[in-house]
Write a protein that binds this ligand. Structure first.
Ligand SMILES: [Fe+2]
Length: 319
């Protein structure tokens, strides 16, 4: 790997030790989470859950459903990762086996956690190339709705991309970037970057736009909507702009941001002076999630028909 200058800390006088769990400073805005009694400060489960046959069958159902919509819509790197890690061999993947195979490719591992974990613990795991994955799986009666990321979202959605060496480096650098965002109390801005890249990112490929974000790839509706629908905006990624942009957590996105390549994503973030950027960012978001602004390089200006008709809950078609 190359030496990183600004997204992390090489310019700082006291280099950060990323192997140690960071302290979340007093006054840093973040979601409060109650740590279950059976996990330690690392929030890792002692072992992966033993899934029942019915739970393994939920994985197989979800897997088969996604494979019907993803070819031609998912990024080539995602499809390649899915195949290399053989996530469709049947049932919820065994994390130990997965970590071994992923470790051989990019040095990442997958570790079970009970639920959403606090930001500083999440950053620490990513900075050490561990991907924390939800241990539980949604029920057969709620295939489309989950309140927290489960093993299907986390492993099917995120892990194939970690087999791509450049993307794997980006994720580690994202974790390291958390230290600086915490110092500046700008976790909200860094969270927007994660949202619009790791969760809902699109990439321009030779054959057209494809999705690489886990939030898109782990559900059938958004996989089609993000890539093909007329409603959402598709705008080239501009890191400064994205970090000022609000997002939707419980419905399809009104705007998606598109990268040229993973190499461009990596350099657009790692080579940026985040100290300077954080000093210029307000604590809240400047732009609404559906806004198109002057500086945007717009690939598709969305009709926002889905949103205007009321979005989820209104019965509006995701067109
Ligand atoms: Fe996710």
């Amino acid at each position: 790997m190359v030496a990183f200058v600004t997204m992390t800390n090489a310019a700082d006088q006291n280099p950060t030790d990323y192997t140690r769990l960071p302290e979340m400073g007093a006054g840093v805005f973040t979601a409060p989470l109650q740590r279950p009694a059976h996990v330690g400060e690392d929030w890792l489960e002692p072992a992966q859950r033993r899934y029942s046959p019915a739970e393994h069958a939920v994985w197989d159902t979800l897997y088969a459903r996604q494979l019907e919509v993803l070819p031609g819509r998912a990024a080539s790197a995602f499809m390649a990762g899915l195949e290399r890690l053989d996530l469709g061999r049947g049932g919820v993947p065994d994390f130990a086996r997965l970590s071994e195979e992923l470790g051989a490719l990019t040095g990442w591992s997958v570790a079970p956690v009970p639920m959403l974990i606090p930001d500083h613990v999440f950053f620490w795991h990513l900075a050490n190339r561990r991907f924390p994955a939800g241990n539980f799986i949604r029920g057969a009666d709620s295939l489309d709705y989950i309140q927290e990321p489960d093993v299907f979202h986390d492993v099917f959605g995120h892990v194939p991309m970690l087999a791509d060496p450049t993307y794997a480096d980006y994720m580690q650098e994202y974790g390291r970037a958390g230290w600086k965002a915490m110092r500046h109390n700008r976790l909200k801005s860094l969270g927007a970057l994660y949202w619009y890249t790791v969760e809902f990112g699109l990439i321009q490929e030779a054959d057209g736009i494809r999705a690489y974000g886990a939030g898109i790839l782990s559900g059938p509706t958004e996989a089609v909507f993000a890539v093909e629908a007329q409603s959402p905006n598709r705008i080239m990624l501009n890191v400064d702009r994205v970090m000022r942009t609000d997002y939707v957590i419980d419905d399809l996105q009104p705007t998606y941001f598109v990268i040229e390549s993973f190499d461009a994503l990596y350099h657009d973030t790692v080579d940026r002076d985040f100290d300077r950027l954080y000093r210029s960012l307000p604590p809240g978001f400047t732009y609404a999630n559906s806004a198109v602004i002057d500086v945007d390089d717009v690939l598709h200006r969305g009709t926002q028909e889905y949103l205007l008709r009321g979005g989820r809950g209104s019965g509006a078609k995701p067109v």
